[in-house]
Each structure stands twice: as C-alpha cells, then as structure tokens.
Write a protein that binds this ligand. Structure first.
Ligand code: FPP
Length: 236
C-alpha cells in the first residue's frame, strides 16, 4: 500500500539493460530498445496513476554517440516513431513533453518531431515527461559555468552573485524541481553522468531487472521503498 501523502514529486530513471535483455534472448540490440519503449509507456502510466508531477528518462547520453552508427540511427528512428505514435496519448493523458541535453546534436528529423510534440503538449499540466537526449551532466554543468563566466565578463553578475541557486538557474533543468527518487534498472549501482547536480538529495532505488522487463508494478515497488526511507537533507 502506498501513502498518498508522500508520493515523489519527481522521479528520474536510468533505463539500463536493453542490450543485455536482447542478448539473453539471442536478439539484436535494437530489439531490446524496441522492447524498452514499451516499458517507457508503463512508466508514464504508473506516474500518471500515482500523481507524480515530473518523470525524467535518460533516453540517450552524450556518451551514447560512441555506439555503432547503426545502433544510434535505430535509437533515433525508434524515438521518432515513439513520439509520433504517442502524441495523441500524451494529449489524452494531459502529459507535457520537455527535453534536456544537447538537442542541436540530434538529427534534424528527430529534432523536428520533438519540437512538434513539445509544442502540441505545451499547455498540458498533469505530468511533465522530460526526455534526457544527448544529455551529459558534466557537459550541462560546464555550459552553465560558461554562461556564468560570460555574465561576469559582461558585468551582469558580480562574484558574490554566484550561488548554488544561480548555477541551478543556468542548467537545462532550471524550471524543473530536483528529483526525489532516482531509479536505475539492471542492478548497476552507477550514476553515469546523469543529473549529478540535481540528485544531491534524491533517494536511489536499484532494480534488479533489465529495463524491457520493467513494469508499472516495479515503479510502484520503487515508490514503496522510497516511502520507507527517512529523508533528512543533511540534518538530524
Ligand atoms: C540502456 O540500455 C538504454 C539506452 C541507451 C537507451 C534507452 C532507450 C530506450 C528505452 C528506447 C526508447 C526510448 C524512448 C524514450 C522511447 P543499454 O543499451 O545500455 O543496455 P546494456 O547496458 O545492456 O547494453
């Protein structure tokens, strides 16, 4: 049983294990990503059911550009197909789409599809689905630092204006609250350059299943685990 009073406002997920899921079945890696898209639907539905406000999914990291070209292309096509086929559901479910990451590195057709669905869902206000695409936290923090340095050089800011709040306001996630719960699948205990600044006080739940096997019940179980933890934010 979940307590309705302590549902995390923001859940972030590192969707890991698509490749191993496919390998364990003797299938090509792209099949694992396709099966993973079904788990994305499950995670959205589960967040809607719980009344979660933000769901951030690590869909493609800065490092993922180093994968074979065929896998990168397959992922981009899958993303486009997913968004095109899911747009009507997002409208029906009152879900707003946003993205974080170096979007200008994505292929033009992927960017166009994203922009279309972002615009279409912009006034939806139940759940915000944030896709981290071509995203790397170190790159994000470096870009924010550059903006602050430029502001200093231009005289917009003084040295004493540089605070954690100012830095947070220059990140891609400026308008998004920090995650309360970080889930990673496939049993790996790594953060992998994901939201390093923003997860400072997040509770982590590691799920020992590959992402394509992740179902709504797994998200509910992770929230139950979160509710057992006592968040102290550094105090006693
Ligand atoms: C990690 O598995 C997963 C990814 C790099 C991509 C995530 C993509 C999806 C879930 C597909 C669809 C996404 C959306 C938003 C529709 P891995 O390939 O690193 O697995 P491995 O560690 O077992 O090799």
């Amino acid at each position: 049983m979940l307590q309705a009073t302590s549902i995390p406002q923001h859940i972030a997920i590192i969707m890991d294990g698509n490749g191993r899921w496919a390998k364990s079945r003797g299938l090509p890696r792209a099949q694992g990503h396709r099966a993973g898209a079904e788990s994305v639907r499950e995670a959205i539905d589960a967040c809607k059911e719980l009344g979660v406000s933000y769901l951030t999914l690590y869909a493609f990291s800065s490092e993922n550009w180093n994968r074979p070209q065929a896998e990168v292309s397959a992922l981009m096509i899958l993303l486009e197909k997913f968004l095109s086929s899911k747009a009507a559901d997002l409208m029906r479910q009152n879900v707003r789409l946003q993205v974080i990451g170096q979007i200008d590195r994505l292929p033009e057709s992927t960017r166009e599809t994203l922009q279309k669905v972002i615009a279409q869902t912009a006034s939806n206000d139940s759940l915000t689905l944030v896709l981290a695409l071509s995203y790397g936290s170190r790159e994000e923090i470096t870009a924010a630092t550059r903006k602050i340095a430029q502001g200093l050089l231009d005289g917009c800011w003084k040295m004493e204006d540089i605070t954690p709040e100012l830095l947070a306001s220059q990140l891609d996630t400026a308008a998004i609250p920090d995650p309360d719960l970080l889930i990673r699948t496939s049993g790996e205990m790594r953060v992998s350059n994901f939201l390093l600044w923003q997860i400072s006080y997040a509770e982590m739940v590691i799920v020992d299943k590959f992402w394509p096997d992740f179902r709504q019940g797994d998200l509910f179980a992770a929230v139950a685990e979160y509710q057992k933890r006592h968040r102290r934010f550094g105090s006693v």
